[in-house]
Design a protein around this ligand. Sequence first.
Ligand code: ADP
Ligand code: MG
Length: 366
Amino acid sequence: LLAQANHEKRMLINQLLDLKGSIRVICRIRPLMSSDALTAATSSSSILEIPTPDTLILAPDRTERTLYDFDRVIGPSEGQEEVFNEARSLVDSVVEGYNVCMLFFGPTGSGKTYTMSGRPGDLGMAANALSHLFRVAKEVDSKQQVRLSASMLEIYNEQINDLLLAQNQQAPKLDIKESSAGVEVPGLTIKPMAGMQEAEAIMQRGKAARASSGPEGATRSHLVLTIYVTCTHRSTEASSTGKLHLVDLAGSERIAKGAASAERTKEAQAIHKSLTALGDVMQALQQKSSHVPFRNSKLTRLLEDSVGFNSRTMVVLTCSPAAEDAAETRSTLEFGLKARKTETLSRQGSTSPKRHFLKALRSTNE
Ligand code: ADP
Ligand code: MG
């Protein structure tokens, strides 16, 4: 009975998600850290304010205050659990057979990897999502068999590397294939997972295998962890598979021209090209444009069946509150706006309390 009730709850939530539109954008602000250079002028203060749980003000100096409006803004004192709460219903919809994509976007050092992968003893989104899925699998077990498996790849200089290859295995050249069944990477290792321990081991292995390794290198490629959820109804044997992509994107910062080696310049160009392609896809989806330019990068081709129509996307923007990072923070927030339908604040006759509040806040700032 409980399983049935939960099932119905999840169906309802799915309908609600459809009404809300398919791209959710949340923003996470990390705490100020001792590594953030604090000059006399900027010490002890953040350039970001969170007036309500879904608005953010960027105030880099005395003359400028820009107000942003997202689905949720997660402050520096909030933990991983709060971030997961924003994604819980999306993770549930994977069990219903939907494809879901979570994109972690921000410059190097803003908290993408921390938010997605956590730290020892401080689970990130990936582990929280996995343990939630294992819990749901147990809960529905009398009616449905739920099986989980995972793949891990990185896209580095527009090349796909399998991160779960066996040690002595020759790396095959991987490419993306689109078919009526969806997007696939033939030859990519997919590992079944029976429980959390196995899942953790797989994620550890994947992390260690990144080609662009080293403290700097890891931020120069996109890391894609994909969790496959196959549900088989015990009575009808009908089955569905949903995919959950978690994407730790390459650092969004621009590299100063001329300052970098040839190799770094090439990396930077590949990153810029793919993040631009991603932004264009988000914008086209948000505007319900008839042409969505998925084909401009490996990243967007890979995600084609997991963003937009009949799928759910969450963009997690990660930001530093430090004054010296103002320019990168601004461009991160602007990326988020591309993906999100913004409310028309000037519309007449609006009774939405939030809109009212935003309007009032804007006028006090003008
Ligand atoms: P990125 O992957 O975007 O380059 P990281 O996730 O590696 O950034 O974060 C940079 C540093 O900041 C790490 O030491 C990380 O542990 C810390 N950090 C990031 N976000 C938070 C947070 N919300 N709370 C505490 N520490 C954080
Ligand atoms: Mg990182």
